[in-house]
Ligand binder design. Structure first.
Ligand code: PGA
Length: 259
């Protein structure tokens, strides 16, 4: 069972994707820790590749910066060559696990049911899942954004016990904004976050939507972060490319504190 995650603290999480060796990751973490010497502006997490979790975790220990995995398998152990289980992430010091990232859904073929299983597994294994949802460009252009978000959120949260819902974080990541430099407008993020909260109210229980942290992800950088954080629906950011450079990532965290 996961430790409860506080009600909607500002959270900036870095998703390093398939970048940084163990040694390079530790160096980046050291740069970040140096920048944070004057204090942490908000809750911060970094999600390195599995092979860098140990070295990055060693640098982050005692700093208050959280460690996260980018994915996990839904079983705890067994004959699943190439996979990583939640208890392995927890044992190396992870607090978070990203679940259902669009690259997992669209490149690696994970469907809604898989994402739901992985979310339950993360909770079972004491991790806070960052559940990613978001529409493709074709879906947005066909005015299917709401339908897609409702389906993706319902698949994970329908009937989930209240304590579990509260132990999760959601990331709204429109697929067309990820790695493209084309960031959603604050209004687009606000509207999507509202759809997600309304869906949570319907499938997980009245009032659930208002209590859950929803991050925006997709081409967030130090230049556009403040405008997104000024939108009260946005509780933080899941940052890909811009998390690979310590100063820029730190500036996003500073903007989250100010927003
Ligand atoms: P990006 O990636 O910031 O590079 O667009 C975000 C993500 O995929 O989590």
């Amino acid at each position: 069972m996961s430790a409860p995650w506080p009600r909607r603290p500002r959270l900036v999480a870095g998703n390093w994707k398939m970048n940084k060796t163990s040694v390079e990751g530790a160096a980046l973490a050291r740069e970040l820790v140096t920048l944070l010497a004057g204090g942490r502006p908000c809750e911060i997490a970094v999600c390195p590749p599995f092979t860098a979790l140990e070295s990055v975790g060693a640098v982050l220990r005692g700093t208050g910066v959280h460690l996260g995995g980018q994915n996990l398998h839904s079983e705890t152990h067994g004959a699943f060559t190439g996979e990583i289980a939640g208890p392995m992430l927890a044992a190396v010091g992870c607090r978070f696990a990203i679940v259902g990232h669009s690259e997992r859904r669209h490149v690696m073929g994970e469907d809604d049911a898989t994402v739901a299983r992985k979310t339950r597994a993360a909770l079972r294994d004491g991790l806070t899942p960052i559940v990613c949802v978001g529409e493709t460009l074709a879906e947005r252009e066909a005015e299917r954004t709401t339908e897609v978000l409702v389906r993706q959120v319902a698949a994970v949260y329908d009937g989930m016990p209240v304590a579990d819902v509260r132990a999760t974080v959601i990331a709204y990541e429109p697929v067309w904004a990820i790695g493209t430099g084309r960031v959603a407008t604050p209004d687009q993020a606000r509207d999507a976050h509202r759809v997600i909260r309304a869906t949570l109210d319907r499938v997980a229980g009245a009032g659930m939507g208002a209590g859950i942290g929803i991050l925006y992800g997709g081409s967030v950088n130090a230049g556009n972060a403040a405008a997104l954080f000024a939108e009260e629906e946005v509780d933080g950011a899941l940052v890909g490319g811009a998390s690979l450079e310590a100063t820029g990532f730190w500036r996003i965290a500073v903007a989250a504190n100010a927003g």
